[in-house]
Design a protein around this ligand. Structure first.
Ligand SMILES: Cc1cc2nc3c(=O)[nH]c(=O)nc-3n(C[C@H](O)[C@H](O)[C@H](O)COP(=O)(O)OP(=O)(O)OC[C@H]3O[C@@H](n4cnc5c(N)ncnc54)[C@H](O)[C@@H]3O)c2cc1C
Length: 413
């Protein structure tokens, strides 16, 4: 591979013992999946002098990095910590995150002189393009003399004594350790597969059922008839559900709801549970409305002072409140104020893996070491990145997990 993603012939390092590539080539480590976590892990292991083979089945390198952050890759978040991740074991990510921090990744970015900026809430983006991050990781792999098979399918892996054998169409390769870095299920059209989950199951590890996360939510036909016309309209809102709470913008779409507030809460949402949407966060809607209780103005016109007019109209129509304020009375105004702060919306579903940024769930962390990312019952089998049941918030947290978990395994394989 070249830094631009063009395949090149497998090469051999002068530092490494010369052995034929192909059948029984004998690597120390085979990393499967050349995305964010896989490249970080391979580079780290290679830089330690390990003989590393990186296998990627897709014909283009690190597509998720390329399309991330609107093409500018929100590559970390300066505030990343365990509280920003969802997992059945919220403590699992602590060790890896502490040992490879956003500051460590920034030092790497600085070494490659990649220009970047902070957008908001600690989110760091490339000034130019996500390709800078891909080229940097590729260059780190080159420094570690990582060898490549790409595009190359993996037919299966097996344990052979104390070694691993990885079956691929060009031949089997053997290694002391295997790292599964095949990511989650989101965006299948650019290479996502359930491969990692299948390998975990093959070796007796449990899987936390995967589901789409950081994903837009859908309206049912009745909700769409009411709010579908608001498509493109965005409001500052605080959205909460199942213990998650985010204040960011909420976007109406032609299929339902999206925008950062909704993507964030989608990771907490489970079917059948309504979202609570505060349309006037940080304001005292009751005090504001009661001060105007003698007003002859219609409530939707009054609300249009604080909400987009079309939303105020649709919301009031849905709540049978498009009437002169003075006719509504104090008690009804209080109830309306409460609903403005706690608008209950039950999505009909998510837009699925095609539109999800990440996959919630994955390899159950109870079967993994948080220090090495190794399966505790299967020597030499490691899982890194999104395939593991650790899912970050929107805002650079998922890449930080990929770097940190890839680094953790890269130090020990
Ligand atoms: C549109 C979009 C935007 C995003 N933006 C951001 C962002 O700005 N910031 C952020 O932190 N996160 C973002 N994410 C999430 C982030 O991209 C992922 O969390 C991260 O890439 C996970 O890294 P990974 O290495 O575990 O998996 P991936 O990066 O998905 O890499 C997995 C690799 O394994 C390969 N693979 C899969 N199956 C096989 C197989 N059977 N054999 C061989 N190879 C295989 C895949 O082709 C892929 O190259 C975004 C995601 C999407 C979809």
């Amino acid at each position: 591979m070249t830094a631009t993603g063009r395949p090149e012939r497998e090469h051999r390092s002068a530092r490494h013992e010369a052995r034929p590539v192909g059948e029984d080539a004998g690597f120390d480590v085979v990393v499967i999946g050349a995305g964010a976590a896989g490249m970080m892990c391979a580079a780290q292991a290679g830089l330690r002098g390990r003989r590393v083979l990186l296998i990627e089945h897709y014909h283009r390198l690190a597509e998720k990095i390329r399309i991330s952050g609107g093409g500018r890759c929100n590559f970390t978040n300066v505030n990343a910590g365990p509280a920003n991740y969802l997992s059945r074991n919220p403590e699992f990510c602590r060790s890896a995150l502490a040992r490879y921090t956003p500051r460590d990744f920034l030092a790497l970015v600085a070494r490659y002189r990649i220009p970047y900026h902070e957008k908001k809430l600690g989110q760091l983006f490339c000034d130019d393009t996500a390709q800078d991050i891909i080229a940097m990781l590729k260059a780190e792999c080159d420094r570690g003399h990582v060898q490549w098979r790409m595009p190359c399918a993996v037919d299966g892996i097996a344990r052979e004594g104390d070694r691993w054998v990885v079956h691929t169409p060009p031949g089997a390769v053997r290694a002391s350790a295997i790292v599964i870095a095949t990511g989650g299920l989101s965006v299948p059209k650019i290479g996502a597969t359930p491969f990692g989950y299948r390998i975990a199951e093959q070796f007796g590890l449990a899987i936390v059922p995967p589901r789409p996360a950081l994903v837009p939510l859908a309206f049912d036909p009745a909700q769409l008839a009411r709010y579908g016309d608001l498509s493109g309209l965005s409001v500052d809102a605080e959205v909460s559900c199942n213990g998650g709470r985010f204040r960011e913008s909420l976007l109406f779409t032609h299929r339902g709801l999206s925008g950062p507030a909704i993507l964030q809460i989608s990771s907490y949402w489970s079917g059948g549970v309504p979202l609570s949407i505060d349309l006037l966060p940080g304001q005292d809607a009751a005090a504001w409305l009661l001060e105007r209780r003698a007003s002859p103005a219609r409530l939707d016109n009054l609300l249009a002072e604080r909400l987009p007019k079309r939303l105020a109209q649709q919301w009031c129509a849905a709540h049978d409140a498009a009437r002169p304020v003075r006719e509504l009375g104090a008690e009804r105004l209080r109830a309306i104020a409460a609903e403005l702060h706690d608008w209950r919306v039950l999505p009909s579903g998510t837009l699925g893996y095609a539109r999800a940024e990440v996959t919630l769930g994955g390899v159950d962390t109870r079967g993994l070491s948080s220090k090495t990312m190794a399966a505790t019952t299967v020597p030499g089998l490691h899982f890194v990145g999104e395939v593991v049941d650790v899912t970050g918030w929107l805002g650079g947290y998922n890449f930080q997990w990929a770097w940190a978990s890839g680094h953790a395994a890269g130090q020990v394989v």
